[in-house]
Design a protein around this ligand. Structure first.
Ligand SMILES: CC(C)(COP(=O)(O)OP(=O)(O)OC[C@H]1O[C@@H](n2cnc3c(N)ncnc32)[C@H](O)[C@@H]1OP(=O)(O)O)[C@@H](O)C(=O)NCCC(=O)NCCS
Length: 181
Protein backbone atom coordinates (compact mmCIF):
# COMPACT_ATOMS: atom_id res chain seq x y z
CA UNK A 1 0.00 0.00 0.00
CA UNK A 2 1.36 3.43 -1.03
CA UNK A 3 1.62 6.27 1.50
CA UNK A 4 -1.35 8.66 1.17
CA UNK A 5 0.66 11.54 -0.36
CA UNK A 6 2.27 9.33 -3.03
CA UNK A 7 -1.02 7.66 -3.84
CA UNK A 8 -2.69 11.09 -4.22
CA UNK A 9 0.07 12.20 -6.63
CA UNK A 10 -0.09 9.01 -8.70
CA UNK A 11 -3.85 9.27 -8.98
CA UNK A 12 -3.57 12.82 -10.29
CA UNK A 13 -1.57 11.50 -13.29
CA UNK A 14 2.00 11.32 -14.51
CA UNK A 15 2.08 15.00 -15.54
CA UNK A 16 1.51 15.95 -11.90
CA UNK A 17 4.26 13.59 -10.79
CA UNK A 18 6.60 15.00 -13.41
CA UNK A 19 5.87 18.50 -12.10
CA UNK A 20 6.85 17.48 -8.58
CA UNK A 21 10.04 15.89 -9.87
CA UNK A 22 11.24 18.47 -12.39
CA UNK A 23 10.28 21.49 -10.28
CA UNK A 24 11.64 20.09 -7.03
CA UNK A 25 14.25 22.90 -6.75
CA UNK A 26 11.53 25.59 -6.73
CA UNK A 27 10.96 27.59 -3.55
CA UNK A 28 7.26 26.94 -4.01
CA UNK A 29 5.06 25.02 -6.42
CA UNK A 30 1.30 25.58 -6.43
CA UNK A 31 -1.44 23.03 -6.73
CA UNK A 32 -2.42 21.16 -9.91
CA UNK A 33 0.83 22.00 -11.73
CA UNK A 34 1.51 19.81 -14.79
CA UNK A 35 4.66 19.04 -16.77
CA UNK A 36 4.82 17.07 -20.03
CA UNK A 37 8.18 15.92 -21.42
CA UNK A 38 11.55 16.75 -19.91
CA UNK A 39 12.09 20.45 -19.19
CA UNK A 40 15.62 21.69 -18.46
CA UNK A 41 15.46 23.41 -15.07
CA UNK A 42 18.61 25.25 -13.92
CA UNK A 43 17.62 26.92 -10.71
CA UNK A 44 20.37 28.58 -8.68
CA UNK A 45 18.15 31.37 -7.37
CA UNK A 46 14.47 31.66 -6.52
CA UNK A 47 11.86 29.92 -8.63
CA UNK A 48 8.19 30.39 -7.71
CA UNK A 49 5.51 28.42 -9.55
CA UNK A 50 1.83 29.24 -9.08
CA UNK A 51 -1.26 27.04 -9.20
CA UNK A 52 -2.30 25.24 -12.40
CA UNK A 53 0.91 26.10 -14.29
CA UNK A 54 1.35 23.85 -17.35
CA UNK A 55 4.76 23.23 -18.89
CA UNK A 56 4.58 21.47 -22.27
CA UNK A 57 8.09 20.23 -22.99
CA UNK A 58 7.60 17.24 -25.26
CA UNK A 59 8.26 18.30 -28.90
CA UNK A 60 11.11 20.64 -27.85
CA UNK A 61 12.44 21.20 -24.34
CA UNK A 62 11.34 24.08 -22.19
CA UNK A 63 14.25 25.76 -20.36
CA UNK A 64 13.79 27.62 -17.09
CA UNK A 65 17.13 29.09 -15.97
CA UNK A 66 17.45 31.15 -12.80
CA UNK A 67 20.85 32.61 -11.84
CA UNK A 68 22.16 32.80 -8.27
CA UNK A 69 20.91 36.40 -7.92
CA UNK A 70 17.80 35.73 -10.00
CA UNK A 71 14.12 35.33 -9.32
CA UNK A 72 11.59 33.81 -11.71
CA UNK A 73 8.00 34.06 -10.62
CA UNK A 74 5.34 32.31 -12.67
CA UNK A 75 1.77 33.13 -11.68
CA UNK A 76 -1.38 31.01 -11.58
CA UNK A 77 -2.80 29.31 -14.65
CA UNK A 78 0.21 30.06 -16.89
CA UNK A 79 0.70 27.94 -20.03
CA UNK A 80 4.26 27.48 -21.31
CA UNK A 81 4.47 25.81 -24.70
CA UNK A 82 7.33 23.73 -26.05
CA UNK A 83 10.73 25.12 -26.95
CA UNK A 84 10.32 28.14 -24.68
CA UNK A 85 13.40 29.44 -22.87
CA UNK A 86 13.25 31.80 -19.88
CA UNK A 87 16.48 33.13 -18.37
CA UNK A 88 16.24 35.16 -15.15
CA UNK A 89 19.50 36.64 -13.89
CA UNK A 90 17.69 39.34 -11.89
CA UNK A 91 13.90 39.24 -12.10
CA UNK A 92 11.23 37.94 -14.44
CA UNK A 93 7.62 37.98 -13.30
CA UNK A 94 4.91 36.31 -15.37
CA UNK A 95 1.40 37.20 -14.24
CA UNK A 96 -1.68 35.03 -13.90
CA UNK A 97 -3.34 33.51 -16.99
CA UNK A 98 -0.45 34.24 -19.35
CA UNK A 99 0.09 31.99 -22.40
CA UNK A 100 3.52 31.60 -23.94
CA UNK A 101 3.55 30.14 -27.48
CA UNK A 102 6.12 27.70 -28.83
CA UNK A 103 9.78 28.80 -28.87
CA UNK A 104 9.28 32.01 -26.92
CA UNK A 105 12.46 33.51 -25.45
CA UNK A 106 12.44 35.78 -22.40
CA UNK A 107 15.77 36.98 -20.98
CA UNK A 108 16.51 39.83 -18.59
CA UNK A 109 20.18 40.14 -19.56
CA UNK A 110 22.03 40.44 -22.88
CA UNK A 111 24.86 38.22 -21.53
CA UNK A 112 27.57 40.02 -23.60
CA UNK A 113 28.84 43.60 -23.76
CA UNK A 114 28.70 45.25 -27.20
CA UNK A 115 32.34 46.42 -27.18
CA UNK A 116 34.38 43.58 -28.76
CA UNK A 117 37.14 43.99 -26.15
CA UNK A 118 34.60 43.42 -23.36
CA UNK A 119 32.43 40.88 -25.21
CA UNK A 120 32.93 38.26 -22.52
CA UNK A 121 31.66 40.58 -19.80
CA UNK A 122 28.06 40.32 -18.66
CA UNK A 123 26.21 43.68 -18.71
CA UNK A 124 23.64 44.75 -16.08
CA UNK A 125 20.27 43.00 -15.98
CA UNK A 126 16.92 44.70 -16.11
CA UNK A 127 13.67 43.14 -14.86
CA UNK A 128 10.90 41.88 -17.11
CA UNK A 129 7.22 41.86 -16.19
CA UNK A 130 4.38 40.19 -18.05
CA UNK A 131 1.24 41.45 -16.36
CA UNK A 132 -1.85 39.23 -16.13
CA UNK A 133 -3.54 37.76 -19.22
CA UNK A 134 -0.67 38.35 -21.66
CA UNK A 135 -0.48 36.09 -24.73
CA UNK A 136 2.83 35.76 -26.58
CA UNK A 137 2.59 34.14 -30.04
CA UNK A 138 5.11 31.66 -31.37
CA UNK A 139 8.77 32.69 -31.49
CA UNK A 140 8.30 35.96 -29.62
CA UNK A 141 11.47 37.29 -27.97
CA UNK A 142 11.18 39.57 -24.93
CA UNK A 143 14.33 41.50 -24.06
CA UNK A 144 15.54 42.98 -20.77
CA UNK A 145 13.68 45.76 -19.01
CA UNK A 146 10.33 45.27 -20.75
CA UNK A 147 6.88 45.36 -19.17
CA UNK A 148 3.99 43.98 -21.21
CA UNK A 149 0.71 45.35 -19.92
CA UNK A 150 -2.25 43.29 -18.76
CA UNK A 151 -4.35 41.64 -21.46
CA UNK A 152 -1.94 42.40 -24.31
CA UNK A 153 -1.08 40.11 -27.23
CA UNK A 154 2.25 39.98 -29.06
CA UNK A 155 2.15 38.59 -32.61
CA UNK A 156 4.24 35.67 -33.82
CA UNK A 157 7.93 36.29 -34.40
CA UNK A 158 8.04 39.70 -32.73
CA UNK A 159 10.97 41.08 -30.74
CA UNK A 160 9.80 43.16 -27.79
CA UNK A 161 12.37 45.82 -26.91
CA UNK A 162 10.14 48.47 -25.26
CA UNK A 163 7.14 48.41 -22.92
CA UNK A 164 3.78 47.46 -24.39
CA UNK A 165 0.75 49.16 -22.79
CA UNK A 166 -2.15 47.08 -21.41
CA UNK A 167 -4.79 45.67 -23.77
CA UNK A 168 -2.75 46.18 -26.94
CA UNK A 169 -1.98 44.04 -29.96
CA UNK A 170 1.71 44.51 -30.75
CA UNK A 171 3.79 42.90 -33.48
CA UNK A 172 6.93 43.24 -35.53
CA UNK A 173 10.66 43.67 -35.06
CA UNK A 174 10.83 45.74 -32.94
CA UNK A 175 7.29 45.15 -31.66
CA UNK A 176 4.98 48.15 -32.09
CA UNK A 177 1.38 48.57 -31.02
CA UNK A 178 -0.94 47.83 -33.96
CA UNK A 179 -4.21 48.48 -32.19
CA UNK A 180 -5.93 48.50 -28.81
CA UNK A 181 -7.83 45.40 -27.76
C1 LIG B 1 -1.80 38.00 -32.86
C2 LIG B 1 -2.45 37.68 -34.19
C3 LIG B 1 -3.44 36.53 -33.98
C4 LIG B 1 -3.17 38.94 -34.66
O1 LIG B 1 -3.87 38.65 -35.83
P1 LIG B 1 -4.94 39.70 -36.44
O2 LIG B 1 -5.73 40.32 -35.35
O3 LIG B 1 -5.66 38.99 -37.50
O4 LIG B 1 -4.02 40.84 -37.00
P2 LIG B 1 -4.12 41.35 -38.48
O5 LIG B 1 -3.90 40.24 -39.44
O6 LIG B 1 -5.37 42.16 -38.58
O7 LIG B 1 -2.86 42.29 -38.57
C5 LIG B 1 -2.90 43.67 -38.42
C6 LIG B 1 -1.60 44.21 -38.98
O8 LIG B 1 -0.52 43.68 -38.21
C7 LIG B 1 0.37 42.94 -39.04
N1 LIG B 1 0.78 41.74 -38.30
C8 LIG B 1 -0.03 40.80 -37.81
N2 LIG B 1 0.69 39.87 -37.19
C9 LIG B 1 1.98 40.23 -37.31
C10 LIG B 1 3.18 39.65 -36.88
N3 LIG B 1 3.20 38.54 -36.17
N4 LIG B 1 4.33 40.30 -37.14
C11 LIG B 1 4.32 41.45 -37.85
N5 LIG B 1 3.18 42.05 -38.29
C12 LIG B 1 2.03 41.43 -38.02
C13 LIG B 1 -0.42 42.58 -40.26
O9 LIG B 1 0.42 42.41 -41.36
C14 LIG B 1 -1.31 43.79 -40.40
O10 LIG B 1 -0.59 44.84 -40.97
P3 LIG B 1 -1.28 45.78 -42.09
O11 LIG B 1 -2.41 46.48 -41.36
O12 LIG B 1 -0.18 46.68 -42.51
O13 LIG B 1 -1.77 44.85 -43.15
C15 LIG B 1 -1.38 37.30 -35.22
O14 LIG B 1 -0.52 38.42 -35.35
C16 LIG B 1 -0.50 36.13 -34.79
O15 LIG B 1 0.57 36.32 -34.21
N6 LIG B 1 -0.93 34.89 -35.08
C17 LIG B 1 -0.17 33.70 -34.61
C18 LIG B 1 -0.56 33.41 -33.16
C19 LIG B 1 0.24 32.26 -32.61
O16 LIG B 1 1.45 32.35 -32.48
N7 LIG B 1 -0.47 31.18 -32.26
C20 LIG B 1 0.15 30.01 -31.70
C21 LIG B 1 0.12 30.10 -30.20
S1 LIG B 1 0.89 28.75 -29.45
Amino acid sequence: MLPATVSKLVSSGPAALRARWYLRSAASVGSRVRVWGNPAIFNYGTLIIGDRVRVVSHVARVELAVGSAGRLEIGNNVYINYGTSIGATQSIRIGDNCSLGCHVIIMDNDFHELDPKRRNEVPPSSPIVLENDVWLGVRVTVLRGVTIGAGSVVGAGSVVTRDIPPRSLAAGVPAKVIRAL
